[in-house]
Design a protein around this ligand. Structure first.
Ligand SMILES: Cc1cc2nc3c(=O)[nH]c(=O)nc-3n(C[C@H](O)[C@H](O)[C@H](O)COP(=O)(O)OP(=O)(O)OC[C@H]3O[C@@H](n4cnc5c(N)ncnc54)[C@H](O)[C@@H]3O)c2cc1C
Length: 381
């Protein structure tokens, strides 16, 4: 066993940490307050090569391993979840299905531009009445000659309505067999007649990331826009979520690390009863427990990445990492606010944003309850 990062992985950590401290930290609070998506930061993340990191070079990527990508998400989330969300959703949910299931023609058409930071792609699974239960999907795609005709809508789609979004992969019901729905995945380019995106406002967290509703009304796309094969929709969705869970895990881990550091630094400065509050044993023990949880989360997540890179099954570990990292992010952020006292509740302090941002992690890409269902299936069969 080797717990050491490679030189390349260490360099990626240092580079992304420096970028996040320099380019994101100074503006994160303002972007959050204004609920403003940053095209500038997205383009800079592209210039740094963070989009499509794990793709081969011929598609515009850098041929890096999963752990390198996960470290990049972790380092962004240490500073700001909104920017980490833009990166994680685009890489895991946007680029992932195109890379793993696209034809050569589809890959060459979309992937190189999606690696630049100047174009984003969405993954449309969730619907108003199909959240945890994706079999409730109602959006349909019917074949009409050489076209698919799509009708329905999607909700909560990350990166779906930003100006630089160029389309989304959409989970649809493409038919029925013996009373069971047949699910397929279809690529829909932005600008296709009958396809409309609407930005969702009023989020409590990830306020500087883009979240959208997608509407399809007699929306016609060429039959070549099918991703994978007819009936492969569920498989595409499940494998996309296995990968996506690693990046949500990385967001939990990075946020917990950031919250821990804020609590450590604040509590070493803040004096009450004549000494820094972190010298009270109760707070020192809080820091010890936070560090322990972060260490466990990192080991679990990195092991899941290692399994994936070794070509071994990683679905169970990916669900465990998503569940554990997102749950400890909640616990660590909560204790970090406690160490900040009243100041931790003020927007001037970064911990207030971390505290709100962690709340999505136990809900997006499969809630904590659904992760337990997934893990139970693995361990109890
Ligand atoms: C900011 C944001 C970004 C998102 N990005 C995307 C995206 O890019 N693409 C996309 O497709 N979706 C996206 N989502 C949707 C997200 O994946 C769903 O919100 C999530 O899967 C939960 O679905 P739901 O909100 O409908 O909750 P519901 O499924 O309605 O669940 C409500 C509650 O019931 C519980 N529950 C449901 N079923 C069970 C069960 N069988 N057993 C036990 N408990 C159960 C849940 O755990 C939860 O606590 C995003 C959501 C948000 C908020």
């Amino acid at each position: 066993m080797n717990f050491e990062l490679s030189e390349e992985q260490q360099m990626i950590r240092d580079t992304v940490r420096d970028f996040a401290e320099r380019e994101i930290k100074p503006v994160a609070q303002e972007l959050d307050e204004k609920a403003e998506f940053s095209y500038d930061i997205t383009a800079k993340m592209g210039e740094l090569g963070l989009f499509g990191m794990y793709l081969p070079e011929q598609y515009g990527g850098q041929g890096l391993d999963t752990l390198s990508y996960i470290i990049a998400v972790e380092e962004l989330a240490r500073i700001d979840s909104s920017q980490a969300a833009t990166l994680a959703a685009h890489n895991s949910l946007g680029i992932g299905p195109l890379y793993y299931y696209g034809t050569e023609e589809q890959k060459m058409k979309y992937l190189p531009q999606l690696c630049t930071g100047k174009a984003l792609w969405g993954f449309g699974l969730t619907e108003a009445n199909a959240g945890s239960d994706s079999r409730g999907t109602k959006t349909t795609a019917k074949q009409d000659g050489d076209e698919w005709v799509i009708d329905g809508s999607k909700i909560f789609i990350t990166n779906g309505s930003a100006d630089i979004n160029i389309g989304s992969a959409v989970q649809v019901v493409s038919g029925e067999e013996n009373g069971r729905k047949i699910f397929s995945t279809i690529l829909v380019d932005k600008g296709t007649p009958g396809f409309k995106t609407v930005t969702m406002h009023g989020k409590m967290m990830w306020r500087a990331s883009d979240t959208a509703e997608l509407y399809f009304d007699d929306c016609r796309v060429p039959k070549e826009n099918l991703l994978g094969e007819i009936g492969q929709g569920s498989k595409i969705m499940l494998s996309t979520l296995d990968n996506g869970r690693l990046s949500i895990g990385a967001m939990g881990l990075g946020l917990a690390q950031g919250a821990f550091e804020l609590a450590r630094d604040y509590g070493n400065e803040r004096k009450q009863f004549g000494k820094p509050v972190n010298q009270f044993q109760v707070n020192a023990f809080k820091l010890a427990d936070m560090a322990l949880k972060i260490e466990l989360a990192r080991n679990l997540l990195y092991k899941a990445c290692w399994l994936k890179d070794e070509g071994k099954p990683f679905g169970k570990e990916s669900a465990m990492a998503k569940l554990y990292c997102s749950e400890i992010a909640k616990e660590v952020a909560d204790e970090a606010v406690q160490i900040h006292g009243g100041y931790g509740l003020m927007k001037d302090y970064d911990i207030e944003r971390h505290y709100r941002d962690q709340r999505l992690l136990q809900i997006g890409e499969g809630t904590s309850e659904i992760q337990r269902l997934v893990i139970a299936r693995y361990v109890n069969s």
